[in-house]
Design a protein around this ligand. Structure first.
Ligand SMILES: Nc1ncnc2c1ncn2[C@@H]1O[C@H](COP(=O)(O)OP(=O)(O)OP(=O)(O)O)[C@@H](O)[C@H]1O
Ligand SMILES: [Mg+2]
Length: 276
């Protein structure tokens, strides 16, 4: 059974403000990790006023608006007990706002070309790491969706919710099923079980960017042949994965603080009504 959402006890006025604060923070941090130049203030201004920030790239504005739309999709998914690949594709289309049509850069579909990242190996050299091959993606993502769906409606405790979030997030970015937008989609979709369990979303802070990417890379370094990955059950559950879970726990603080502030405002409101 789905629990009451984290904003469920708040009056509409306070709920609206809290949801806007969370949307602004989530959108700002996730797009900034990806290189967007807009500040939290700019992001709030664009989303709340519908105006542009002079001198800032059009693309950065579009990314922010796309991400805010993707959050709407996430809240709509809270009501579901099954999530399918078409739901992931809708999110992908929302975050990828580039209008240019390129068959090697499909928006709303799995990648059709191999993709890579680089890292610095223990001997101090720069090396390539290849993500799982395009032909393996439908099977891997089928497994990943089963993991996600098993976690839905699960009445998770807070520590279970963090673990589920961290594992879904880490595994999705390790599969890297899209040509681009993998990080943003992961930072959104891994929160559906968290939200369904009645908690505010876990939002990776912009300041954590370097450590966050490093931890993901460190985990991938423990996978024997990532490009040949065919079964998620073969992925290691080790100290690197545990470290990522612990960091995700710490990333939760800012939205919990926003929720507590809103609850305090709610108490003032109720006390005012009783005494008034
Ligand atoms: N080896 C790695 N090093 C750093 N990040 C990685 C690695 N593997 C996967 N990732 C994840 O992939 C994301 C970058 O991938 P991609 O460019 O597809 O996503 P994005 O949403 O466009 O960008 P970003 O996640 O940077 O916002 C990182 O944020 C991280 O979540
Ligand atoms: Mg990118």
């Amino acid at each position: 059974m789905t629990r009451k959402p984290f904003y469920g006890d708040l009056d509409t006025s306070i709920r609206t403000l809290l949801l806007a604060q969370i949307r602004n923070l989530w959108t700002h941090t996730s797009t900034a990790i990806e290189g967007n130049s807009l500040t939290l203030g700019d992001t709030a201004f664009i989303l709340e006023e519908g105006l542009t920030v002079a001198g800032k790239p059009l693309r950065d504005h579009q990314e922010v608006i796309g991400h805010a739309k993707a959050i709407e999709i996430i809240y709509a998914l809270m009501a579901k007990d099954q999530i399918q690949d078409k739901d992931l594709f809708a999110l992908h289309r929302a975050v990828l706002t580039d209008a240019v049509v390129d068959i090697f850069k499909p928006a709303g579909a799995w990648k059709n070309e191999p993709n890579f990242t680089t890292y610095i190996s223990e001997d101090g050299r720069q090396r390539y790491r290849e993500f799982p091959a395009p032909r393996s993606i439908p099977i891997l993502m089928g497994q990943w969706l089963r993991m996600l769906n098993a976690a839905l409606q699960g009445d998770l405790t807070d520590s279970e919710a963090v673990q589920v979030y961290a594992d879904l997030h880490l595994i999705l970015v390790t599969i890297h099923p899209f040509f681009d937008g993998n990080g943003r989609v992961a930072r959104l979709i891994a929160n559906v079980p968290v939200l369904q369990a009645g908690f505010p979303p876990i939002v990776v802070p912009t300041e954590a960017r370097q450590g966050y990417k490093r931890m993901i890379s460190d985990y991938q370094a423990t996978i024997p042949d990532l490009s040949e990955l065919k079964d998620l059950n073969t992925l290691p559950d080790n100290a690197e994965r545990q470290h990522f879970r612990e960091m995700c726990q710490s990333y939760w603080e800012p939205t919990q603080t926003l929720l507590r502030q809103a609850q305090t405002m709610q108490q003032h409101l109720v006390a005012g009504r009783v005494s008034g």
